[in-house]
Design a protein around this ligand. Structure first.
Ligand SMILES: C[S@@+](CC[C@H](N)C(=O)[O-])C[C@H]1O[C@@H](n2cnc3c(N)ncnc32)[C@H](O)[C@@H]1O
Length: 199
């Protein structure tokens, strides 16, 4: 059951996100690369440095990680890079109608190994549907994990989804994140938006 207090908290977060997005897209439209679960911002800072004309937004649940990522961004002096504290689904729901995601990047998402916690995994059918609603034509999802069961699950979820298809594209940009450095091995999946989605 959703309590009035919880509903008010979500509404406050929605309003904050709307305000933050208005500063990134003052004209109300545009496209951007979206890293979900950007952690300390290593990957997206390197990516935005290499692609200075591309708008990049990293989102993460944890305020401390966003703060560290923002400091990294400020030291690098990157006006095309933004980090926003947000939950992925709430963030996508608050995007202005004329703002589209060019590509999604998901690196080493929390694996949630226990069966009863699988519902917490990011890459699920409802997320793919939401992502499709906010993706621009040709959008890709770049997904990488060191947890093989999650990779197999992601592969099956994409294969069963009518809006995304797995493709053999090369990886978007190689730069080791903290989690990648620690992982003995990893698997990557690239999915392309197939059927144009309507909002
Ligand atoms: C295992 S860490 C990986 C961090 C980084 N991608 C890396 O490879 O070093 C996963 C990150 O995803 C964030 N996260 C998990 N679920 C999320 C969600 N639903 N929305 C936004 N961020 C999320 C966590 O807070 C955490 O920082």
């Amino acid at each position: 059951m959703i309590t009035p207090r919880y509903a008010a908290l979500i509404e406050e977060r929605r309003q904050r996100l709307t305000a933050e997005l208005a500063t990134v897209f003052p004209n109300g439209g545009g496209s951007f690369h979206c890293e979900i679960g950007s952690g300390h911002g290593h990957f997206l800072t390197a990516f935005a440095t290499a692609n200075p004309t591309v708008t990049c937004i990293g989102i993460d649940l944890i305020a401390d990680r966003i703060d560290r990522a923002c400091r990294k961004r400020d030291r690098a002096g990157l006006p095309n890079l933004h980090f926003i504290q947000a939950e992925a689904r709430l963030f996508l729901e608050q995007l202005p109608p004329a703002v589209r995601v060019a590509n999604f990047i998901i690196l080493f998402p929390d694996p949630w190994p226990k069966l009863r916690h699988h519902k917490n995994r990011l890459l699920q059918a409802d997320f793919l549907s939401l992502a499709a609603r906010h993706a621009e034509p040709g959008c890709r999802i770049y997904f990488r994990t060191d947890y093989r069961p999650y990779f197999d699950d992601a592969h099956a979820t994409v294969a069963a989804h009518h809006e995304w298809e797995r493709v053999g594209d090369p990886w978007i940009f190689e730069y080791e994140t903290v989690f990648q450095q620690r992982a003995p091995s990893h698997e990557s999946l690239v999915a392309r938006l197939g059927v144009p989605a309507s909002r």
